[in-house]
Design a protein around this ligand. Structure first.
Ligand SMILES: Nc1ncnc2c1ncn2[C@@H]1O[C@H](COP(=O)(O)OP(=O)(O)OP(=O)(O)O)[C@@H](O)[C@H]1O
Length: 247
């Protein structure tokens, strides 16, 4: 579904050129969950922005269903590290924002927005404003806002990295449940190897800058997976160790 063929991206600045990505080849199938890991500055965010159509490659091509990506598409949603909610809107109002911008039927999506907020544990908080919510709650709202339009492609740029460890695990587990019930094709950038092993079908390991695909590691663990001790703890640890070594 998503295909990167020989994708390179160099940034030109006054201080010289920065080669962020070099010759990246990657194919991501429909509904697949792909995590991307790599050292700081190796081009992970650049990769997401190329798929989102926010940036053009300087070499190679990005296609979705065979069509070159040249601008943002309504069925591709990018979620960031910080929630960036509108402070004057309630949680529900923030989730409904993309619906209103795209003039979709409000009544139908309002029910969906409420269901999504309930699914991430925000029952009773629909009418609260961002200042009344913790950082983790705000990021849950941002996740619902990203999912409200049922995107075909969900791009996540370290979405949980600003949260405390426990909230982070909780949100990753909720994301897993949501992906299992309605899988969008997902590209998830993270610095957390356990998070990648919990969530991904495949983990793409990028080399240091310029980012190149160093290895793609398949994660063959049954879902639902968990962070805690379980029957697959040893296999998960083995997979995490392999990723550690590659990094
Ligand atoms: N718009 C830009 N102009 C110039 N250089 C840029 C631009 N965007 C990114 N870069 C450079 O490209 C390289 C890759 O940046 P990118 O943000 O993709 O890395 P990253 O892997 O997401 O990093 P981190 O893990 O620290 O978030 C960096 O050296 C960065 O300085």
């Amino acid at each position: 579904m998503i295909r990167l063929a020989g994708v390179s991206r160099t940034f030109t600045s006054r201080d010289g050129d920065v080669e962020a990505l070099r010759d990246v080849a990657l194919e991501i199938a429909e509904s697949q969950f792909v995590a991307v890991v790599g050292r700081s500055g190796c081009g992970k965010s650049t990769l997401l922005r190329l798929i989102a159509g926010l940036l053009a490659p300087t070499g190679g091509a990005v296609t979705i269903d065979g069509a070159p990506v040249s601008r943002p598409r309504p069925d591709v949603v990018l979620m960031h590290q910080l929630p960036a909610l509108l402070p004057w809107r309630t949680a529900l109002g923030n989730v409904m924002l993309p619906v209103e911008i795209r003039r979709l039927p409000r009544a139908e999506y309002r029910a969906r927005a409420a269901d999504l907020l309930d699914a991430v544990g925000l029952t009773g908080f629909h009418q609260r404003h961002p200042y009344e919510l913790s950082g983790g709650m705000q990021q849950r709202v941002a996740l619902c806002r990203a999912l409200i339009q049922r995107p075909r492609v969900l791009l996540m740029d370290e979405p949980f990295s600003a949260l405390d460890a426990l909230t982070r695990e909780e949100l990753a587990t909720q994301l897993q449940a949501m992906h299992m019930s309605a899988p969008a094709t997902t590209v998830f950038v993270t610095h957390s190897i356990p998070e990648a092993v919990l969530l991904a079908d495949r983990v793409v390991v990028l080399s240091s800058r310029p980012g190149q695909v160093r290895r793609v590691v398949d994660v063959h663990l049954p879902r639902p997976r968990s962070f805690g001790h379980n029957a697959y703890t040893a296999q998960a640890a083995e997979c995490a160790a392999e990723l550690h070594e590659l990094l």
